[in-house]
Ligand binder design. Structure first.
Ligand code: PLP
Length: 259
């Protein structure tokens, strides 16, 4: 059977982000996606109206049901919704230290809507950071996680918090022509840049671009790629799916065409 990525992620009814993005991206990476659902959200391509988080018992029961049943090689987490769910995932990862783990530290939706209490989520994410093979924050999330405005200082701080590798995504930075992503690894507590990509900035807003990128990386890691290879492959793949994205009828964020 194909290597499996078990995703801890929420349902987005628009199908742009969340667990549907994970399933489609991981399918395209060549791996198989399994899901432990963290929350049911109410949203469309324009805004988040609310969500109901899964209890930690139900979340762990879903995950444990497929452990041993499927050849899980990697874990990917996106929206976790509550600090209880973050603690449950930390517990699960501690029981499975051999799993690779991609941590997408989702705090808010790209449309700006709340996917949990940002202040408490930021504190709880500290528990997950040391487990991650790679963390994939955008610069808003990086600043929120570390309390540092300067990006270099913020990245270094994540390493002092136990990170092994960090992909800093530059989509929210003021670079009208391009988006710069930078992959760092931990070199004795210092951030060592191992890959930098600049891709042309596409017009418009996209729903689920972060989920898609992190999941494709997890899929390629599960398939055996080295981290920098998985990241560069995912970046090239994402550019294509965003370029071909569908535009919703009322002008909401575009929905990536992942296949
Ligand atoms: N997970 C869920 C369930 C979501 O609804 C969203 C955003 O709406 C995200 C994750 C993060 O999406 P993005 O990849 O656009 O940052």
């Amino acid at each position: 059977m194909r290597p499996t990525v078990l995703c801890f992620s929420g349902l987005d009814p628009s199908g742009g982000a969340g667990l549907q993005a994970d399933i489609e991206a991981i399918g395209q990476s060549g791996a198989h996606a399994a899901i432990a659902c963290t929350a049911l959200t109410i949203q469309n391509s324009q805004q988040v109206f609310g969500f109901e988080a899964t209890s930690k018992e139900l979340l762990l029961a879903q995950a444990n049901a497929v452990v041993g049943d499927l050849p899980i090689k990697a874990i990917k987490s996106g929206m976790l919704g509550t600090t209880e769910n973050i603690a449950a995932l930390a517990e699960f990862l501690a029981e499975h230290p051999d799993y690779l783990y991609v941590l997408d530290p989702v705090l808010v939706a790209n449309s700006g809507g709340s996917l949990g209490n940002q202040e408490t989520l930021v504190k709880a994410f500290v528990e997950l950071i040391p487990h991650a093979t790679v963390i994939t924050p955008n610069t808003v999330e990086l600043r929120a996680l570390t309390g540092e405005n300067d990006l270099e200082k913020a990245t270094t701080k994540l390493f002092t918090m136990g990170a092994k590798a960090v992909l800093v995504k530059g989509g929210h930075e003021d670079t009208p022509e391009y988006i710069r992503n930078a992959l760092y690894i931990n070199n004795n507590g210092q951030a060592e840049l191992i890959s930098e990509t600049k891709c042309p900035r596409l017009d418009g807003e996209y729903h689920g671009s972060g989920c898609s990128l992190a999941s494709f990386i997890a899929g390629r890691l599960a398939m055996g790629d080295a981290l920098n290879v998985a990241v560069n492959y995912a970046e090239a793949w994402l550019f294509g799916v965003l370029k071909n994205a569908d535009s919703p009828v009322k002008g909401g964020q575009k929905i990536p065409k992942r296949f």
